[in-house]
Design a protein around this ligand. Structure first.
Ligand code: NAD
Length: 263
């Protein structure tokens, strides 16, 4: 893309023409949970960096709002990632409109708390159906649309590496996601598709808004950076993993957690 850049040299303010390439120019991206929180911030970041994004989420009204917020280069597809027919519909839409995928951000998720002793079958099924089964088929069903050299980013969590009260089911599901990143890096080696996990710490999104102020204050007091993270701080790291700036990085877990799980 050609952009006019004005040199801010006081003596000589001449317009110059400089080649500025956006990192994700022309890339086609799919983001699950792209209508809220981290997924929405990432969709905005991707579009800013030149990509076209497909956002998938469960609630149509939230998707409508997100599409308006993103403003351009976006298509929304309503659906539940734990429903395989919905995933087929998502990828059929991508195939019809763009014919391929370069970047997949498998990010959709929910959080529910229950201490050991009170874990119900339905809580276990819900969490594992979305985070483990749903994420697995989100990635597997995308593969036929991937070209060699793509990037897949999976949203894991610091919870996968920590012991957090009443959070064992969610944490175990996130640990499974981290493990998927390792194994799929090997499975997709010949296709040159990189797979990485991103592990956010405590981020200000509708999900964390459900925690009590007391819990958040206690958690923040233990953080080296002394504050919660913003969704755009995760989005920038995801854009890095999506772009060629991370061309020699695969199989990793990138913690973006203000130090939460690092000390
Ligand atoms: P959020 O509630 O703002 O967004 C979650 C998104 O996932 C929503 O768009 C929702 O519609 C979508 N979603 C949930 N279940 C779905 C399903 N079955 N099918 C399709 N879409 C579904 O929360 P967020 O904080 O942005 O969470 C995004 C991801 O980040 C999740 O995987 C979450 O576990 C992870 N995470 C969040 C934090 C945090 O502190 N907010 C920390 C670590 C990891």
């Amino acid at each position: 893309m050609l952009t006019n850049v004005y040199e801010t040299n006081k003596k000589d303010m001449k317009p110059q023409t400089e080649l500025i390439t956006k990192r994700l120019d022309g890339k086609i991206a799919v983001i699950t949970g792209g209508n809220s929180g981290i997924g929405l911030a990432t969709a905005q970041q991707f579009v800013e960096e030149g990509a076209y994004v497909f956002i998938a989420g469960r609630r149509q009204n939230e998707l409508d709002k997100a599409v308006k917020q993103i403003g351009k280069n976006v298509t929304d597809v309503q659906g539940d990632i734990s429903n395989l027919a919905d995933l087929d519909r998502l990828y059929d839409t991508v195939k019809q409109q763009k014919g391929r995928i370069d970047i997949l951000f498998a990010n959709a998720g929910i959080a529910e708390f229950a201490p050991l002793g009170s874990i119900t079958e339905s809580l276990f099924d819900k969490i594992f159906n979305i985070h483990v089964r749903g994420l697995l088929f989100t990635v597997q069903k995308a593969l036929p649309l991937f070209q060699d050299g793509g990037s897949i980013i999976l949203t894991a969590s610091v919870a996968g590496s920590k012991g957090i009260k009443a959070f064992s089911v969610y944490s175990a599901a996130k640990a499974a996601i981290r493990s998927f990143a390792r194994s799929w890096t090997v499975d997709l080696k010949n296709r040159k598709i990189r797979v990485n996990a991103i592990s956010p710490g405590l981020i200000e999104t509708p999900m964390s808004a459900e925690l009590s102020e007391q819990v958040k204050t206690n958690l923040v007091s233990t953080l080296p950076v002394g504050r919660m993270g913003r969704p755009d701080e995760i989005a920038k790291a995801v854009a890095f993993l999506a772009s060629d700036d991370s061309s020699y990085i695969t199989g990793i877990e990138l913690f973006v957690d203000g130090g939460l799980a690092q000390i």
